[in-house]
Design a protein around this ligand. Structure first.
Ligand code: ADP
Length: 436
């Protein structure tokens, strides 16, 4: 650069000297002015040349030029070459990324902050029927119209995946997951879970069928056991003990079958269509009385805190089942003389029922798995309490069907709080302050 600059300065000085000498020779300044004008015209031409080269699409083969102008062109050409290579590199990376996303069997969809389709891979065309020409830039909810999908997107809670049939094939079940990124943008992934869904359905059907088939033989067995217990004389104490144990176990089996059937019904049918305004006060009052009867000699103190007008849009039988399980558990897992509190309150977030006890409590490590079927933190308690191991699974399903959530807080040796949270749209009356 320095050499070119020196050359340019030499060129100007040389020209000026020549023009000055000529001016001296002819005795006026015209040659000097002509020299300067010549230099200006030449520089302007170079500038025009540079401009027309810059506005060309390809910046190869710059015009011939020497000195400072030549240096300009060489430098600019290098810069353009560097930029072109970087762009090609970037395009290569984008192309490879697109190729690999297209090779995925799972659907990948990018949605902008307004909910419009920005990008999708080939699997999306296959499973969703997206068409590049007409669907790009469309709102996603116009293309996937399943009510559950619209609700899932509008709720904005993407912790759980959503399973719905494919918009182009009802027999295919897709599982959607959404990840948010950038400013309100979303990356949506969906995979075909039809096979898993069928297996799960087969499992559910199997359990429901077995439970159903067990009902009749159990009823017959129980009938005979009761008759036998009535007829066997008191003196035959060993036989009576055996029969009593058989009767107890058949009662347990009956409870198990009934809980399994209830769970199958909760899982197998869609949202409850038997919803009505349930008077919660009366229901909880009855449950408190049942709990006192169950507590019997253990003489728990059972407190109830609910307003008379509390009403919830719900399926009464399911609600009774869920609340009943929580209250029965509190009695079962609280030692004699313990305290149990049943509390209902409403606020702007919805309605809440908390069943708290100062009983045996649960190690927090077990809490995440507590609502799984037959999951018990301590197996030794099974025979003691005679539960089916399905109570909390039933509560969880009832809550899901009511768009609610079950929250569990517990400390080993101190007690537990099981809280059912219902959304505000299930309230009949406007939320009041904490109920007393
Ligand atoms: P079950 O009571 O029939 O065993 P559940 O599904 O109702 O089955 O409860 C699962 C497990 O959770 C119980 O075995 C028990 O260990 C624990 N659990 C439930 N409720 C309580 C409670 N109030 N206090 C302590 N442990 C509880």
């Amino acid at each position: 650069m320095k050499a070119s600059l020196a050359k340019e300065v030499n060129r100007i000085v040389g020209l000026l000297l020549l023009a000055a000498l000529a001016a001296l020779a002819v005795g006026n300044i015209w040659p000097l002015l002509a020299g300067m004008l010549g230099y200006i015209i030449w520089s302007t031409r170079q500038l025009f040349g540079l401009y027309s080269w810059l506005v060309r699409d390809d910046h190869t083969e710059p015009p011939d030029s020497t000195g400072l102008w030549g240096e300009f062109y060489t430098r600019l050409e290098h810069l353009f070459q560097k930029e072109r290579r970087a762009q090609e590199n970037l395009q290569g990376i984008i192309h490879r990324a697109q190729q690999s996303v297209n090779a995925l069997e799972d659907v990948v969809i990018l949605i902008d902050q307004h909910g419009y389709l920005e990008y999708w891979n080939q699997a999306a065309e296959h499973y969703m029927g997206f068409n590049a020409r007409q669907d790009l830039g469309q709102p996603l909810t116009n293309l996937i119209r399943h009510p559950k999908f619209t609700e899932y997107l509008s709720q904005g809670d993407f912790r759980d995946a959503l399973e719905i049939p494919s918009p182009v094939d009802d027999n295919r079940i897709l599982q959607f997951r959404v990840t948010e990124f950038g400013v309100g943008e979303q990356l949506m992934m969906a995979r075909d879970v039809t096979r898993l869904h069928h297996l799960e359905q087969m499992r559910k059907d199997f359990v429901a069928n077995v439970s159903h088939e067990l009902k009749t033989p159990l009823t017959v067995l129980k009938g005979y056991l009761e008759t036998l217990l009535d007829t066997v004389p008191e003196e035959q104490s060993r036989l009576r003990r055996a029969l009593t144990q058989m009767d107890n176990q058949s009662n347990r089996m009956e409870a198990l079958v009934s809980d399994l059937l209830l769970l199958a019904r909760l899982e197998g049918t869609d949202a409850d269509n038997l919803s009505q305004a349930v008077p919660v006060h009366g229901m909880l009052k009855r449950m408190r009385e049942n709990a006192l009867a169950l507590s019997a000699d253990k003489a728990h103190s059972i407190e109830l805190d609910v307003t008379e007008e509390a009403r919830l849009i719900a399926n009464p039988a399911e609600l009774e089942s869920a609340f009943g399980n929580l209250i029965t558990n509190a009695v079962k897992y609280t030692p004699a003389g313990g305290q149990i509190q049943i509390r209902w309150w409403q606020d702007e977030r919805g309605a809440h029922l908390a069943v708290s006890d100062n009983g045996v409590g649960i190690d927090p490590a077990h809490i995440p798995r507590l609502t799984e079927r037959f999951y018990r933190p301590d197996n030794s308690r099974v025979t003691e309490t005679g539960g089916t191991g399905l109570g909390l699974a039933i509560v969880k399903h009832v809550m899901i069907r009511h768009n609610g959530k079950l929250e569990i807080k517990s400390e080993l040796g101190k007690g537990s709080v099981f809280t059912c949270h219902f959304p505000a749209d299930r309230l009949v009356s406007k939320p009041t302050a904490v109920a007393g």
